[in-house]
Design a protein around this ligand. Structure first.
Ligand SMILES: Cc1cc2nc3c(=O)[nH]c(=O)nc-3n(C[C@H](O)[C@H](O)[C@H](O)COP(=O)(O)O)c2cc1C
Length: 211
């Protein structure tokens, strides 16, 4: 099987990490660089990552994550954030695409105007987009980690308000998930069973998913 497809099939949400194996700052940076290759609406790149890798930081985070041991045992636990006002950065983002020769100034202006119209004043939609963007980046990071012989675990079991306070995260950022990454230890369960494709796929000529 193609290597990437195999990685997708092999990834598991890891519960047990080798506590003795750390990741360097450069290794953490590399993972986040891969995560940043994810797609996002208007290329807004809503994702931000707080890498919690110190013993003290991970202990603090574990206490805010229902005492889930993997938060502390993993080499790093990322707080994956979504920027609720990512569209504020559109002038800079569009200018970079112009500089890359991919769109002209007129189109860049239209990106800035239409994205602002879409998200400003529509809190729910901006929040949805922040979660979509951060989730795609988190998934990309999980695949990159797998490709590097690491294992990962996405987590929603944490106190987002407490995490924001404890780690000095501004209100414009929504904690979307925690993501543990490290070397796996023995004792992890296998991959969880999945619905078959016929359960999750409808071709459009049918009636979709009426219930
Ligand atoms: C958004 C999200 C939140 C999750 N939160 C937790 C969590 O707080 N604690 C936990 O042990 N597992 C958590 N999981 C892991 C899921 O239980 C796991 O992905 C699912 O059972 C499928 O297992 P697999 O990833 O090993 O195939 C979470 C997964 C996702 C995608």
């Amino acid at each position: 099987m193609n290597e990437t497809l195999q990685l997708i099939k092999e990834r598991i949400s890891t519960n047990h990490f080798d506590k003795t194996r750390k990741l360097s700052d450069d290794e953490i940076r590399e993972l986040v660089e891969y995560a940043g290759q994810a797609p996002s609406s208007y290329n807004i790149q809503h994702w931000r990552f707080v890498a919690v890798a110190s013993a003290e930081g991970k202990a603090r985070l574990r206490a805010l994550a229902y005492n889930q041991a993997k938060v502390e045992e993993a080499a790093v636990t990322f707080i994956v954030l979504g920027d609720l006002r990512g569209y504020d950065h559109m002038p800079e983002i569009a200018a970079a695409v112009v500089a890359a020769g991919q769109i002209d100034e007129k189109r860049a202006e239209s990106w800035v105007t239409t994205s602002h119209k879409l998200y400003a004043g529509n809190e729910q939609f901006a929040r949805d987009e922040a979660i979509r963007g951060a989730s795609l980046a988190a998934m990309t990071l999980m695949i990159a980690a797998q490709a590097k012989g690491l294992s990962s675990g996405p987590m929603i079991g944490f106190d987002p308000v407490g995490v924001k306070q404890a780690f000095g995260i501004a209100d414009r950022y929504l904690p979307v998930m925690l993501l543990t990454v490290g070397y796996p230890a023995p004792g992890n369960a296998g991959r969880k069973p999945r619905f078959g494709v016929d359960r999750i796929l409808a071709f459009e000529q049918g009636s979709g998913f009426p219930s």
